[in-house]
Ligand binder design. Structure first.
Ligand SMILES: *[C@@H]1O[C@H](CO)[C@@H](O)[C@H](O)[C@H]1NC(C)=O
Ligand SMILES: *[C@@H]1O[C@H](CO)[C@@H](O)[C@H](O)[C@H]1NC(C)=O
Ligand SMILES: *[C@@H]1O[C@H](CO)[C@@H](O)[C@H](O)[C@H]1NC(C)=O
Ligand SMILES: *[C@@H]1O[C@H](CO)[C@@H](O)[C@H](O)[C@H]1NC(C)=O
Ligand SMILES: *[C@@H]1O[C@H](CO)[C@@H](O)[C@H](O)[C@H]1NC(C)=O
Length: 246
């Protein structure tokens, strides 16, 4: 009967053992919230950004971003177009780009500052991106209505609705269109003459209101091309107005 105390001890200890193992099992797999912020990891988890991930890697923008997240005190914002967004691009739109322009296109989706969705409601346009050309940084414009935020490149406009990550230093937002910079995809001729110094009187008055608000028939979302003409007009008029004001 010497075994009784031992089995009793085991019996009384067993629940504690279970508790111990159980609590350990619960805390162990919790992902460490700190550690390096991994953009491709965030996108990879989602499964619908394979083209964007490929381009981020190919252009080495991914590693540039990784470095920047570490060194920047301002943080970063990334717009991630879905695979579907890339599929709806005109055939050859991507392949027709030189390596340098591909880098510009991808950098156009990166803002050198951390923005929450609420920030975009009050941001002053244009917001500079990481992409730049001879005439300086390429910009994006944001418009808000209530808490619905749209982003426009002058060529495409799309809503921002899904935040894949919104935590300093990195914000990642899903977009359903590839943001095509006007500088690469715009309608203005590459060898554009300096903007004519027009007086406001020369600007057709009725066009102002028309251009500012795309006609409903353009709202089809079917072709970026059609929209681009309308938006190009807006931008053109904007430039003319700016020229007149300066
Ligand atoms: C980031 O995540 C991707 C995919 O999950 C992985 O392949 C890569 O090694 C990670 N990079 C770093 C620096 O952790
Ligand atoms: C960024 O910092 C983290 C932690 O401080 C480090 O693990 C990581 O290797 C760094 N990444 C780069 C690209 O410097
Ligand atoms: C955002 O764009 C959609 C069309 O894509 C349009 O219906 C909506 O009015 C726009 N919202 C704002 C705030 O510009
Ligand atoms: C963005 O807004 C600024 C100022 O409102 C305007 O001058 C510029 O043309 C706009 N750019 C685009 C791409 O819409
Ligand atoms: C655009 O909208 C019109 C009418 O709303 C429709 O007849 C047409 O099929 C649409 N085009 C596409 C490409 O969806």
């Amino acid at each position: 009967m010497a075994s009784t105390p031992l089995s009793l001890t085991i019996l009384t200890l067993t629940p504690f053992l279970f508790l111990f193992l159980h609590s350990n099992a619960q805390t162990a797999p919790a992902p460490a919230p700190s550690g390096p912020v991994n953009l491709t990891g965030i996108l990879d988890k989602n499964g619908q950004f394979t083209t964007f991930i490929r381009l981020l890697t190919e252009t080495q923008v991914a590693s540039q971003i990784a470095n920047q997240i570490n060194s920047s005190t301002e943080g970063l914002t990334v717009f991630a177009p879905t695979d579907n967004a890339f599929r709806t691009l005109a055939a050859g739109a991507l392949n027709g780009l030189s390596d340098q322009k591909k880098v510009q296109l991808i950098l156009y989706h990166v803002l050198p500052k951390y923005y929450t969705l609420a920030n975009f409601e009050t941001v002053s346009n244009p917001v500079r991106t990481q992409a730049a050309g001879n005439d300086g940084p390429f910009g994006l414009n944001f418009t808000a209505q209530g808490n619905q935020v749209n982003v426009t490149s002058g060529v495409v406009e799309t809503q921002i609705n899904n935040a894949l990550r919104q935590q300093f230093p990195l914000a990642v937002y899903q977009v359903e269109k590839v943001l095509l910079p006007e500088e690469l995809f715009g309608t203005k001729s590459p060898t554009s003459a300096p903007a004519p110094e027009k007086t406001p009187a020369e600007t057709p008055k009725n066009k102002d209101s028309k251009a500012a608000e795309p006609s409903p028939s353009d709202n089809n979302d079917s072709g970026p091309r059609k929209t681009s003409v309308g938006l190009g007009l807006v931008v053109g008029l904007g430039l003319v107005c700016m020229g007149a004001l300066s």
